[in-house]
Design a protein around this ligand. Structure first.
Ligand SMILES: [Zn+2]
Length: 296
């Protein structure tokens, strides 16, 4: 199955190269020579030279493009706007919840305060009623005692009025605490709903990215399986060292990895190198893949 796929892919790549062949420099080996990558031993002064069929080198660019897509997907995954949105909404939610707790605490505090103030009013009213009863029953006969009793009743009436004002003031505070708590409860609900909505949006985006990444990964595995092991190994090593780009197209005498234009000596060396030699950029050391647009 794998061999069949290789043959099929080779056919596709060869067909793609077919149109390009007239532009390739002279003296290059036919694409039909035996496949494989082997270390070259007749240049002991150079680092071990890899050889790979031009079609394999071109396919390495496909692997590179898929790897770039995977990197982009990982970047998109990590930088979804929903991440920041959810973080901000979560902070808002915590803050509004704190305010709601404070408003509810104030609400119950003022309720207790009101009960206490109403008890104070009740006490004064009961005392005034007792005094009034003593006055009404005629049990107090001394004019001095009567005067004192009437004074006390009048004083209790003023006291009751003052205490009733206190109750009213507390009731107002309690009402506004209730209103604030109700308003904050609505805000908690609204921020919670927005958070839930953003979480759902984030999860959907993540699922989409993961599905796409899984598909690109499968595609990458399929193309990588057709590339000689040694070439792929070198590519993966360089990719790790060179910020995710291990192979670059040579385009118009420029390395698309580091964007530097090759000098005439380098151009001549590459021009003379066999088509199946894996050449490297002198500047960034990436694998340089020749195409009809290389400007050689
Ligand atoms: Zn370069």
């Amino acid at each position: 199955m794998r061999a069949g796929r290789r043959r099929a892919r080779r056919g596709v790549a060869a067909a793609r190269l077919g149109t390009a062949r007239p532009c390739l420099p002279h003296g290059h080996r036919s694409l039909d020579r035996p496949r494989g990558v082997r270390p070259r031993t007749h240049h002991p002064h150079r680092s071990p030279q890899l050889n790979a069929e031009p079609a394999d080198q071109i396919r390495l660019l496909d692997v590179q493009a898929l790897d770039v897509r995977l990197t982009q997907l990982a970047h998109r995954r990590a930088n979804l706007p929903e991440h920041a949105e959810i973080e901000s909404l979560t902070a808002d939610l915590a803050q509004v919840r704190d305010l709601l707790v404070a408003a509810r605490t104030e609400e119950s505090d003022t309720a207790r305060e009101q009960t206490k103030a109403e008890q104070d009013v009740d006490q004064v009213r009961k005392r005034a009623a007792r005094d009034q009863q003593r006055l009404d029953t005629g049990a107090v006969t001394s004019p001095r005692d009567l005067e004192n009793l009437q004074k006390e009743i009048a004083s209790l009436a003023r006291r009751q009025s003052d205490l009733e004002d206190v109750v009213l003031e507390i009731m107002e505070r309690r009402e506004s605490a209730q209103e604030r708590a109700a308003e904050l409860a609505r805000r908690v609900e609204s921020v919670q709903a927005r958070t839930d909505e953003a979480v759902a949006r984030r999860d959907a985006a993540l699922a989409g990215i993961d599905t796409e990444a899984a598909s690109v990964t499968r595609e990458r595995q399929a193309v990588a399986a057709t590339i000689p092991e040694a070439l792929l190994k070198l590519y993966d090593k360089l990719r790790g060292q060179q910020g995710g780009v291990g192979a670059a197209r040579l385009y118009q005498r420029r390395c698309e990895g580091c964007r530097l234009e090759l000098n005439i000596t380098e151009v001549n060396e590459i021009r003379q190198a066999p088509a199946d030699e894996v050449v490297r950029c002198e500047n960034c050391r990436r694998i340089l893949v020749r195409t009809p647009e290389s400007g050689l």
